[in-house]
Design a protein around this ligand. Structure first.
Ligand SMILES: [Zn+2]
Length: 107
């Protein structure tokens, strides 16, 4: 029945709490988001958190203490996550909700 899954994490994801101060620090790196700059936003917000925390993106679930907002349009910037679910017709599947894409400020 098809190829074996290339990525089949048996390890559980680890929730990592991002405190408000870190959320604000992440926001300060954002110039705009996919809602207000769809042509320029190409960095997943998770990447910003990964680089701040040093966490492994594949096993990390970020939990924000406060919602992150885009500094330009005030739209909410979401972290990505995925969950397993069981489908009667297709078996076990991963549901992936990608994080909001952002444009970072240039240093
Ligand atoms: Zn925005």
């Amino acid at each position: 029945m098809g190829r074996p899954e290339r990525v089949y994490p048996s390890k559980k994801t680890i929730p990592v709490l991002i405190d408000e101060e870190s959320v604000r620090a992440a926001e300060r790196q954002i110039d705009s988001c996919e809602a207000c700059a769809p042509d320029q936003a190409e960095i997943p917000f998770d990447y910003v958190l990964d680089s701040m925390t040093g966490c492994e993106p594949e096993i990390t679930d970020y939990v924000l203490e406060k919602p992150a907002k885009c500094p330009r349009c005030s739209g909410e910037v979401l972290t990505g996550y995925w969950r397993w679910y069981d489908s009667e017709t297709e078996g076990r599947k991963a549901f992936i909700s990608p994080s909001t894409l952002v444009k970072l400020k240039r240093e």
